[in-house]
Write a protein that binds this ligand. Structure first.
Ligand SMILES: [Zn+2]
Length: 297
């Protein structure tokens, strides 16, 4: 039995998995973000206590959360739960829980969950991608999360969109300070912004997909541009990492056309005569965060 915690901006979820990956116990509470950092630590502690009341105490707890610990400072950075930023989250959670914790980024937990017993099960190299409000990624090799010296393995969202056309330069402004990042094109808001620039209509990705399905030309053209950019961005990853499987998660991964349309396009950019990489939707959906956190242990 292993326990994982998914510490998100709106909810904290804890689950115990048995050795076959079955969820035995699951508990969740709203994240008390408005009450500050100490309240969040206490909420995690109490939630783990509730799970352990049913499955017994564990020696270590896996934690998944947006953002990552800076290798330079040991403090969390890039979290959308802003009161966590600048904190020594791993140390403080270990103190609150009274034992070792293993902390990883939420996209890394997604990749690990899908690689171990999800859509990438059985594959040696799995690139897990979350494309929702942002764009993140994680790499799993032989069922182990790749953790590089900079703690950024798989983070492709803030690379520049490769092979840009003239009208894609310099590209939309990104919150990271650069322009034309992959995230500014592929994420849900990025897709919606591209549609708005082309048509003047401010509608979200789901509405764009619905209108495209009904045959609206402007919406179809937006999805065509999006697929082409997605194919280019993933080709860059394939050329560097050559994964066996790429698993998509996040809201944008629910667009069903991606899984045929992207592989039809990426052969043009991958530096190989054949592309055997499979592009697949995730198997565990929203549960991947807490499942991947448990697999950290
Ligand atoms: Zn960026």
């Amino acid at each position: 039995m292993r326990i994982g915690v998914d510490l998100g901006g709106t909810k904290i979820e804890a689950a115990a998995l048995d050795e076959h990956g079955r969820v035995v116990v699951r508990e969740r509470v709203p994240t008390p973000a408005a009450d500050g950092y100490d309240a969040i630590l206490a909420a995690v502690r109490d939630l783990v206590a509730r799970v352990e009341a049913e499955v017994g105490p564990r020696d270590a707890i896996g934690i998944g959360t947006p953002g990552a610990l800076s290798p330079a400072t040991g403090r969390l950075r890039n979290s959308n739960t802003v009161c966590l930023n600048g904190q020594r989250l791993d140390r403080d959670l270990a103190h609150a829980l009274g034992r070792e914790v293993r902390l990883a980024n939420d996209a890394d937990c997604f990749a690990l969950s899908e690689a171990i017993d999800g859509a990438g099960a059985g594959a040696d190299v799995v690139f897990g991608v979350i494309v929702g409000t942002g764009t993140g990624g994680g790499l799993v090799v032989n069922r182990r999360l790749l953790r590089g010296p900079n703690a950024i393995a798989g983070e492709w969202g803030h690379d520049a969109l490769p092979w840009p056309t003239d009208d894609e330069r310099p590209g939309p402004e990104c919150y990271c300070g650069r322009r034309g990042c992959v995230e500014t094109w592929l994420s849900g808001p990025g897709l919606a912004a591209d549609h708005a620039r082309a048509t003047g209509e401010a509608i979200d990705a789901i509405e764009i997909a619905a209108r495209a399905a009904m045959g609206e030309a402007g919406a179809q053209a937006t999805l065509e541009r999006h697929v082409g950019r997605f194919a280019r961005a993933l080709s860059m990853v394939i050329n560097v990492v050559d994964p066996h499987v790429i698993v998509l998660g996040g809201g944008v991964s629910n667009l069903p056309h991606l899984y045929e349309a992207i592989p039809e396009r990426w052969g043009e950019y991958v530096f190989s005569d054949v592309v055997k990489t499979r592009l697949v939707p995730n198997a565990h959906g929203d549960s991947s965060g807490v499942r991947g956190a448990a697999w950290l242990v």
